[in-house]
Design a protein around this ligand. Structure first.
Ligand SMILES: N=c1c2ncn([C@@H]3O[C@H](COP(=O)(O)OP(=O)(O)OP(=O)(O)O)[C@@H](O)[C@H]3O)c2ncn1[C@@H]1O[C@H](COP(=O)(O)O)[C@@H](O)[C@H]1O
Length: 102
């Protein structure tokens, strides 16, 4: 299992955890809209670091963004395996071919 799979499994488990016992459980208890808001904030912070070009800070913000993306999706019952299957279904076609076929 990769760290991303481990993280997704931890977030799934936090859905039924006491909100006082974990940040993830507390965030999930505030609902999918709050999870989406937090993802948006973290994504913007990652964009800012990408524009600035600070590699270490971008790495940190990218990790925050990935975590909050998983929380947002899991809050809406979209699992990492669903996203992986979507990526696999796309892997048979290049992005340029997909765009041309639209
Ligand atoms: N990867 C993360 C991770 N990245 C960021 N964060 C938390 O996300 C929060 C974001 O901080 P902010 O300052 O933006 O949020 P805030 O100001 O406290 O909240 P608001 O006022 O906006 O509501 C911080 O508390 C970070 O610690 C994370 N919390 C947890 N994880 C992973 O999730 C696992 C389970 O964590 P718990 O659920 O806390 O046990 C951990 O072991 C980690 O692997």
């Amino acid at each position: 299992m990769s760290i991303i799979h481990d993280l997704a499994a931890t977030i799934e488990a936090r859905k039924s955890a006491d909100p006082d016992s974990s940040w993830t459980a507390a965030l999930l208890s505030r609902g999918p809209e709050k999870c989406a808001e937090k993802f948006g904030e973290e994504a913007v912070e990652a964009i800012i670091e990408a524009v600035k070009g600070d590699r270490a800070r971008l790495t940190s913000e990218a990790a925050d963004t990935l975590y909050h993306l998983l929380v947002m999706c899991i809050a809406r019952d979209v699992r990492l395996s669903d996203i992986e299957n979507e990526l696999i279904s796309r892997s048979i076609q290049s992005g340029l071919d997909e765009k041309a076929a639209r």
